[in-house]
Design a protein around this ligand. Sequence first.
Ligand code: NAD
Length: 478
Amino acid sequence: MLSHQTKENPVFNIEQLFNNQKLTSLVWRDSSASERIDRLKKITAWIKEHQQEIRDALMSDFGKPEAETDLSEIFPVTAEINHSIKNLKKWMKPKSVSTPLPMLGTSGKIYFEPKGTSLIISPWNYPFNLTIGPLISALSAGCTAIIKPSELTPHTSKLVSNMITDLFEPNEVAVVLGEVEVSTELLKLPFDHIFFTGSPAVGKIVMKAASENLSSVTLELGGKSPVILDEDADFKDAAEKIVWGKFVNCGQTCIAPDYILVHESQRETLLSEMKVALQKMYDPDYKGIEKSPDMARIVNDKHFKRLTGIIEDALSKGAALAFGGKHSPHTRYIEPTLLTEVTDEMQVMQEEIFGPILPIQTYSTLEKAIAYVNSKPKPLALYYFGQNSENTSKTLRETSSGNAVINDCVLHFLHLGLPFGGVNTSGIGKSHGYHGFLAFSNEKGVLKQRVGLNNVTLLRPPYGIKAKQIISSLIKWF
Ligand code: NAD
């Protein structure tokens, strides 16, 4: 058993663990691509051998269907590893930059050095994917890592801990299990990089703690991701995509569509297509969605009460139930729920929903829909469905979001060529693929000069007329 997991003196032991990783990070600074690739390959091999255990852990934690575990927990991790293995040599290679005229005679390169020690704090909603995903980026960049998974998914967190103990020495990668107190102690340490995935509220705490040591941070946060459905969208296609993107993982997805803005002429079309899609995906035999083996459950009683409270609050303030609303506390089941006639006074429009409830509002002009989105904090993702290219680019130009998807939703998470992440309240920094590698790397700019020569030789004091003439022409021409 790892000493840092004892209860007697966790602070001392965590510090010792950190100090040991610090020493390893100095050795790993010079690790080659093939050494890093070997570390990644061990993870793939472990996953292959323990795939059923991963599925079982997720099933125990919140009834996550096996197919969804394979698709949204395992596949993104193995794909991320394969992508890194394929590209790591290229990413690590120092990049030459062109020389600006005033720097003539010098050469410039960007070196990618590992930041060093890293801390990864992960959430419960994709507890395998969102813990191992950042670890792949840390290992690709050559960093050590201490991982603090969520306490709300104990089976998956324990499995991750076993996996890391099987594959790494504690001075390389280690898992520290625990709740807020453990995170708080970890956050006091001078990590070179902190990668946090979770709520904006805790993100602020993490950033504040990081500022004490000036540790760099990646904050993958949440928020209310809107869907805009323009008049000319293909409503059958859009409804199917939105239903899947919203109700996969029982709506407990950071990039799930949080609310819909649909053109007022098309609300009924959208609603009827969404009902058809819900039936087709989750109730093909007309036994009720509760019987579907493909619908996960709410993670715990606290979140169950929060979500049923959101529905009650909306209905008590005049919202209409267009679909769903049933729930069962014993199994923590909440039926996919569509609400119309919602207003900003309702909780459902004030906080990130993070569950299977979808409010639908109408708009009269695209300008008004855009203004509504812009009146709220910048979202993690924005989804636009429509076929008019002018409206598409207007929406992209006039809104700000971490990511945007046209005519689909959620799918961008799987595109490893794209930076993934939020903007301001929905996140700081990006992850996935090269962007994840960059998050854990210091881009060191290196300038090489010729011996005996210097581009500012003529500009040294005492500043004569010639120097002043050169400085004026520099300002004028460059
Ligand atoms: P959370 O912020 O409550 O917890 C995340 C992690 O922080 C957990 O490991 C938890 O133990 C730890 N933590 C909690 N309170 C803390 C504190 N006071 N100090 C230090 N650490 C603390 O988030 P959650 O409920 O696990 O996850 C849901 C949130 O995460 C949602 O807002 C969702 O949008 C967001 N999320 C974002 C992404 C993304 O990639 N951007 C992905 C998944 C989830």
